[in-house]
Ligand binder design. Structure first.
Ligand code: MN
Length: 196
């Protein structure tokens, strides 16, 4: 069974197409019109071992906000769809992800009860032309639409590029573990409720 999904989402502000295969090889084809967003989505695919295609046409004449947020919405929806009935998944995962001077902790639960705790701040407003405040916007949109309980905390760090990258690599590595099928679950949904 292929755990994959495609989502197309069009509004007056953006046109987003996302395809993901959870049991992939890390192959990425990303084009959002925002260079840094492309960069972190490529990292996300590689470190999650997801095959990921993301094509976005957004209102970048306004700013990068809608493009970044709507990409998070569509990616979250695609992952939720690809998970299907969630039978046999590991469900929980956490990781400490170091990048040079930065250390970020990501803990998540594929719970169906969306919640974001985001304790990461950036020492600069921009990474290149990318607004660092949009990292949180992305995580909020992603967690809500994927149905994740998602906790992100940067314990320390000085460089904004490293901080953002540690967040996305941490998300990818934790998600890779949480979506992985655990043979000991024998195809059960890992919840006493019988559903997630
Ligand atoms: Mn980088």
């Amino acid at each position: 069974m292929m755990r994959s999904a495609s989502v197309s989402r069009r509004t007056a502000e953006t046109d987003v197409a996302v395809s993901i295969a959870l049991d992939g090889t890390g192959k990425a084809e990303i084009s959002t019109g925002v260079g840094f967003l492309d960069h972190i989505l490529e990292l996300f695919a590689l470190h999650g071992l997801f095959d990921l295609t993301v094509k976005v046409t957004g209102d970048l004449h306004v700013d990068q906000h809608h493009t970044t947020e709507d990409t998070g919405i569509a990616l979250g929806q695609a992952i939720l769809q690809a998970l299907g009935d969630k039978k046999g998944i590991s469900r929980y995962a956490d990781i400490h992800l170091p990048m040079d001077e930065t250390l970020t902790r990501v803990a998540l639960d594929i719970s169906g009860r969306p919640f974001l705790v985001f304790r990461t701040t950036f020492p600069t407003e921009k990474i290149g032309v990318f607004d660092t405040e949009l990292v949180r916007e992305f995580y909020q949109a992603f967690a809500i639409n994927a149905g994740l309980t998602l906790h992100v905390e940067t314990l320390y760090g000085e460089n904004s590029h490293h901080i953002a990258e540690s967040c996305f690599k941490g998300l990818a590595r934790a998600l890779r573990q949480a979506v992985a099928l655990d043979p000991r679950e024998e195809g059960r949904v890992p919840s006493t409720k019988g559903t997630l």
